[in-house]
Design a protein around this ligand. Structure first.
Ligand code: CA
Length: 231
């Protein structure tokens, strides 16, 4: 199989070189763009498998780049943000980015995020034929009956816990923001809804995680949201 094509969008040539050097070590194919307009046109003409997108670009804002690309493409987008761009990172996820890396990041971190993304791409393809059941390690959701099993034993979830789990499962591998989740579950993202989300997440974890303080299925992204990990 041909190696995946990655579009690297970054205006800082030092960071861009670090990324492309790393990609070369894994034989990934790549293309580069140093601005937002170029990112949109490269995506349209070359249809990359994954886009690594710096948010602070000289021409158009990274979040705007995501909105434009998302209007026609589902290509996974991993956002690269500086710490000062934390709210941008959340806006980027809400606009349809799949994951993020915070500068400075290590080469291992970059490669790990790419692996998660490729795995998610593969799983999405594989599941479309049998999507009445979701299986992830010892966790199983039967969407038809609405039953959830952990290591073969049924666990009883409240309706909200069940919807929360299904939302994370449908987006396994992808970071979902607090705003996105609360909008999907409750239809709003008020502060007190985000607080309830934490409560429901705690009770859900008690039911599905072997050790809720070291969750293996649902990962917390402090100040950002949650992600279901593939185990
Ligand atoms: Ca930049």
């Amino acid at each position: 199989m041909e190696k995946p094509l990655i579009l690297v969008v970054e205006d800082d040539s030092a960071v861009r070189n670090l990324i492309t050097t790393t990609l070369k070590t894994q034989d990934y194919r790549f293309q580069t763009a140093s601005g937002g307009e170029a990112a949109v046109s490269e995506t349209a003409s070359h249809n990359p498998d994954v886009i690594l997108l710096d948010l602070g670009l000289p021409d158009i804002d990274g979040v705007e780049v995501i909105r434009r690309i998302r209007s026609w493409s589902k290509t996974p987008i991993i956002v690269i943000s500086a710490r000062s761009e934390d709210t941008d990172k959340i806006d980027a996820l809400d606009a349809g980015a799949d994951d993020y890396l915070t500068k400075p990041f290590s080469v291992e971190e970059l490669l790990a995020r790419l692996r998660v993304t490729f795995r998610r791409l593969r799983d999405t393809g594989a599941e479309s034929s049998a999507d009445s059941v979701f299986v992830n390690g010892g966790l199983k959701i039967d969407y038809v009956t609405g039953c959830v099993y952990v290591e073969g034993s049924e666990v009883h979830l409240t309706p909200i816990e069940y919807r929360l789990l299904c939302l994370l499962a449908r987006n396994a591998g992808k970071v979902l923001t607090h705003t996105y989740i609360t909008n999907e579950i409750w239809g709003n993202a008020w502060d007190n809804t985000v607080a309830s989300l934490r409560v429901f997440m705690a009770t859900l974890r008690k039911k599905i995680e072997e050790n809720p303080s070291e969750p293996k299925y649902i990962q917390t992204h402090v100040g950002v949201g949650y992600r279901m990990l593939r185990v």
